[in-house]
Design a protein around this ligand. Structure first.
Ligand SMILES: [Zn+2]
Length: 381
């Protein structure tokens, strides 16, 4: 990871660069602040800079053998300690090394990885990881070896607040009597849960929320997204680039579903079987997970349109685009067909989940929708 790839945080970058340039690298350093601000990325960029064979004034070179290894997170002098938890049939309490490949993959896919995304990637949503004493012993052993390729042995400890008491005590000993040429880089979101004795022996760097301007620029680099969606994500980010990215991806997905849903509703209304067939072919190719999401999205928008038809505006949760479409569409969704429509979509979702043939399921659904949209509003008694 190069410093220039990190969104914003110019001041922190400058401080870290100066430490290395002035040869004042401490043996323990902590980047702390709210989630989603790039702390972990900054820690890796700092380690890479320290190990780079051709250090530039403001960044690592990015092309030397050391940088190449950092780019894949496989440098032999770079170690990670991250909170982990038992998954599957694991019997012993796990350590980071048990998940080394998963960690590399998750971090390379997204340097703004959050704690909950990490657990999710391990298939363990809603669980909490910890850093246990076996982990601290492993770090001490690793840092006891001579560095293989660089001058330093470096360990990035992500979320040291997840250490239990014995682990934290071992870490404290290590920080009190660090081996030569060692850099311990801690990345914390809750310094209040870390031993004061660890904090007092560590050089602390506050990493503030990312500015709106930096988030905007970063999103443009990351994703080629619609201007309106980017702006929405910036407004809702709260200084967290991870939030911004998640919001943007979610919104992009919703927009895509919106387009598919409105398209097929128009085609069904026009009874254009040839075009419907084209739509079915396209949606059949996107994978079951996406198809199920589209069905869920459709159910939501149908419900919103029914509410709108019943003039119950207080229960309306639609984006500007959805509202615009629904003004024209809601007259067709009424008490005479809304239940049958919801049933048709739910059934299609169940069949998709049960690995049915998506072409048949989606075509069958479209034909039902054609019939249901033709139904007139039942006359009032
Ligand atoms: Zn380099």
């Amino acid at each position: 990871m190069l410093f220039k790839e990190i969104i914003g945080q110019q001041e922190v970058k400058e401080k870290l660069l100066r430490l290395v340039r002035d040869d004042r690298t401490p043996h323990a350093l902590m980047l702390f602040g709210p989630e989603g601000t790039g702390k972990l990325t900054l820690a890796v960029a700092m380690a890479q800079y320290l190990a780079c064979n051709d250090r530039q004034k403001d960044d690592s070179c990015g092309v030397c053998p050391s940088c190449i290894k950092f780019g894949k997170l496989v440098h032999p002098d770079l170690h990670f300690v991250v909170p982990v938890l038992k998954t599957g049939s694991m019997s012993a309490p796990p350590v980071s090394d048990d998940y080394a490949a998963a960690w590399r993959e998750a971090l390379l896919a997204d340097f703004y990885l959050t704690e909950s995304q990490w657990y999710e990637s391990l298939g363990a949503e809603n669980k909490q990881g910890i850093i246990n004493v076996k982990e601290s012993e492993t770090i001490i052993r690793k840092l006891g070896f001579k560095p293989y390729e660089s001058d330093y042995r470096m360990v990035v400890i992500w979320l040291p607040e997840k250490m239990n008491q014995p682990a934290a005590n071992k870490l404290l000993k290590l920080i009190e009597e660090p081996p030569e040429k060692t850099l311990i880089l801690m990345v914390s979101e809750h310094t209040d849960k870390i031993l004061a004795t660890i904090l007092s022996r560590t050089q602390l760097f506050h990493v503030p929320p990312v500015s709106e301007a930096d988030i905007r620029e970063g999103l443009m680099q990351y994703e080629q997204a619609d201007q309106q969606l980017v702006e929405d994500a910036v407004q809702r980010a709260n200084g967290s680039f991870s939030n911004a990215l998640q919001t943007l991806r979610q919104d992009e997905m919703e927009l895509h579903h919106f387009e598919l849903f409105t398209e097929v509703m128009r085609l069904c209304y026009a009874r254009d079987i040839i075009q419907i067939n084209g739509w079915v072919e396209r949606v059949a190719g996107v994978g079951r997970e996406r198809q199920k999401q589209l069905i869920d999205y459709s159910l939501r928008l149908l419900r919103e349109n029914f509410m709108l038809h019943m003039e119950n505006d207080t229960l309306n949760y639609m984006s500007a685009k959805e509202s615009e479409f629904s003004k024209r569409f809601s007259p067709f969704i009424h008490e005479g067909n809304v239940h049958a429509l919801a049933e048709a979509f739910t059934l299609a979702g169940n069949h998709i989940e049960a690995n049915g043939n998506p072409r048949i399921i989606l075509m069958d659904l479209s034909i039902r929708v054609i019939r249901l949209l033709m139904q007139k509003v039942p006359a009032a008694d």
